[in-house]
Structure formats: C-alpha cells, structure tokens
Write a protein that binds this ligand. Structure first.
Ligand SMILES: Nc1ncnc2c1ncn2[C@@H]1O[C@H](COP(=O)(O)OP(=O)(O)OP(=O)(O)O)[C@@H](O)[C@H]1O
Ligand SMILES: [Mg+2]
Length: 370
C-alpha cells in the first residue's frame, strides 16, 4: 500500500512560488492500476516524482509497504523516525520503477545495456545480470532486439525497453508518466496490454499518469483527478465515469464520450438542439443499476412522450454498461414531468438542459425556431 498524507511541494522561482502539490492525501492499494488525471500543470508529474523522492517534498508523509514511513521535515526526508541516508534514498528509488513519455533510454547503449543498467553495482554477477535481462526482454517481447540501439527501434519498442529497464530490479511499484502519449493508437494498445500483464502476472502496483481518458478506461482500476496541486475527486473508474461530481471531472469524462459534443452544440446554439415551446432538451444518463430494463421505452409508452435522440453513447466499463443520451422530449407537459420522475426513481439521471415551456418561473431558455 502507498499512503500519502498531507503532502506539499512548492517550487520557488525568482519572482514567484509554484505550489505544485498541496495538502495531498491519497491511498493506493497494493496490486492496483491507479490512474491520475488532471490538466497540464495540475501537479501530476510532481506527485509521482515525490513518490520516489526524485523530487523531495517539503512536508507530509509517504508510507510505502516494504520501505517504511517517510516523513518530510522542513524538506528533509526521515525514514522510520531517522534521517534518511542517500543510500536509503537510492535503494528506495530502485524499488520503484519509472517510465516516461520520451522513454529516456541511453542512446549509445544497446537494448541489453539499457536494461542491464539498473542492475549494475547491485552485487549481481555478469551471469545473473544476463539471465535477468533475457527474462525481461522475453517478457516485453524484444528477445530478438538484444544488441540493437534505441535509434533502430520504433516508439513502441523503445517503451518496451524502458518498461523492461524499469522492472529490472523487481520493483513492487511502477510509476508511469504519460508513457503512451508519444505512441500511435496501435502501439498504445500494445503497451497498455503489457502494463496490464505486468500488473496481473507480477503483481506490480502501477501509478499511471495520463491525459488520455481511453487509457484510464482501458486498464485503470481507480482514478484520482488533480486540480491545482490537489486531488479533487477519487474513486473507481466506473463511478468516476458514470457519475462525475466535480466540474473538472465532468469535463475530462465528457471528452471521452460522444455526449461531450453537447457543450459545443450549446455554445454554437446549433439548430439541432433548439427547442420549440413545450419541448425540453434533456440529458439522460444510465448506470449499471438501470440499463437493460427498457426503462426509456417503458417510460415513453407509459407517459406518452416522444424522444428525438440527438446524441447517444453506450459502452462497457469493467464489464458494466454505462451510457447516456441527449434528446428533445415532447408531449403533454404533466406527462413529461411524470415520465422524468419515473426515470429518476429508476436511477436514471435525468437533467433538463433547455426548457421550452414558458413556465411560471419564467426561466425558459427556449430559442424560438423561425
Ligand atoms: N522543477 C520545477 N521548477 C519549477 N516549477 C516546476 C518544476 N516542476 C514543475 N513545476 C511547476 O509545478 C506545476 C506542476 O507541474 P507538473 O509538471 O507536476 O504538472 P503536470 O500535471 O504533470 O502537467 P503536464 O500534464 O503538463 O505534464 C506547474 O506549474 C509547473 O510549472
Ligand atoms: Mg506531467
């Protein structure tokens, strides 16, 4: 388990301070793939760099099983109550593998030498190192590239070498900072499969930073959303995508769904989403506890409304369905209300985005259609 408590890291620049990580607390269970998302500058890289002390936090504690409790006092790390030595810091870093967007391979070294690099000066014999490197290259599917140089490899192959190198010292934790961002979709999928295999077969906990929602959906178990150095929302991938709470999370989630197009349509006041008097533009979101029950057709039949579907998205996340649609609903007003209430009672989130009724409250947003 990785337990982060009240972690802070401020960078002091000439004219200003940047609070990259603020009072951040997070628990990452053993054996999970834990995603971290957030806008550029949110502090994601700083957070993972703090986890292996590549960046020394100013204050807070980090407890890692197998390492101990690291407490930061005035920007100095203390391990289990004693000042942490440079050797202890190095040992700790060795136990936490890391991969990056741009691979960070040694260009003048062969694939073999790159993977063997972290094993040097660890007391292993040449034979042991050779054996380990062979195992790792087989694991990442590059056993035929042992003696080539990074420049002779594709991006995906370079990242495989980087993964093999990160796993060389048998870490329990792998930190991945935008590891697939420089890869094409095919290579991305292959690397994600490899990371999943590393997680499942070797039991390595993976902390995965990415701006690609598809990556989170594809392999992460849980996800944290960072904004301005803080974690603003955290949960299972399903819950975060099915029911985002914070505005920033909604923004990220909507980029990965066709329903995200609604914002643009609203901005443009597109013809498609204009409502006539009496109509309503609604967004209906379905979760695993309400799909598959023909709720929508039941409601439409029972309450006699029509739904003109404008956008729809449905998919499976971690084996459970998730979906939604945006549409214009028309019919007798009382019946529409009852119909929406029926859907809500059945756990469908039903949100009225534009209301074409000139109701008593007078907040109708309808745009008359000429
Ligand atoms: N070494 C540094 N010196 C000064 N400021 C830094 C340093 N590293 C990061 N920062 C600042 O800290 C903040 C968080 O940066 P960080 O790299 O952690 O963000 P990020 O979430 O990883 O962003 P991105 O998605 O663009 O990689 C930013 O404002 C950045 O400019
Ligand atoms: Mg970053």
């Amino acid at each position: 388990m990785i337990e982060i408590r009240e972690l802070n890291k401020t960078f002091h620049l000439e004219n200003s301070d940047v609070e990259a990580v603020r009072d951040l607390s997070l628990t990452i269970d053993d054996g999970v793939i834990y995603g971290v998302i957030g806008s550029s500058g949110a502090g994601k890289s700083t957070l993972v760099r703090c986890l292996n002390l590549l960046e020394i936090p100013d204050s807070g504690t980090i407890r890692i099983d197998g390492v101990g409790e690291i407490e930061l006092r005035n920007g100095k790390p203390w391990l289990n109550g004693k000042r942490m030595t440079a050797r202890e810091q190095n040992n700790m870093r060795r136990g936490i593998g890391m991969i990056f967007q741009h691979f960070n391979l040694l260009d003048r070294c062969t694939v073999f030498e790159n993977v063997a690099y972290p094993l040097q000066h660890t007391g292993r014999s040449r034979k042991q190192i050779e054996k380990r490197v062979c195992e790792l290259l087989t694991l990442v599917g590059l056993e035929d590239k042992t003696n080539v140089y990074p420049s002779q490899l594709s991006g995906g192959q370079k990242q495989r070498v980087a993964i093999a190198r990160a796993l060389a010292a048998e870490p329990r934790i792998l930190l991945s900072d935008e590891a697939t961002s420089a890869l094409d979709p095919e290579a991305t999928e292959a690397i994600l499969s490899l990371l999943q295999a590393v997680n499942r077969q070797l039991g390595v906990t993976i902390v995965l930073i990415t701006h690609e929602m598809a990556v989170i959906k594809s392999i992460a178990d849980r996800v944290a959303v960072m904004e301005n150095g803080r974690v603003v929302e955290e949960g299972t991938v399903y819950d975060i995508f099915a029911d985002p709470q914070k505005e920033i999370t909604r923004k990220f989630v909507s980029t990965s769904s066709l329903l995200g197009k609604l914002d643009k349509l609203l901005e443009e006041n597109a013809e498609l989403i204009r409502v006539k008097p009496g109509e309503m533009l609604v967004r209906l979101m379905f979760r695993k506890d309400c799909v598959g029950e023909h709720l929508l057709t039941t409601a439409a039949r029972k309450y006699g409304f029509d739904l003109n579907i404008i956008l729809a998205n449905s998919e499976y996340l971690h084996g459970s369905p998730i979906g939604g649609m945006v549409g214009i609903i028309s019919g007798e007003q009382d019946h529409i209300e009852e119909g929406l209430e029926f859907l809500r009672q059945n756990h469908v989130s039903a949100e009225v985005i534009r209301d074409g009724r000139t109701d008593a409250a007078g907040h109708a947003e309808s745009v008359p259609v000429s």
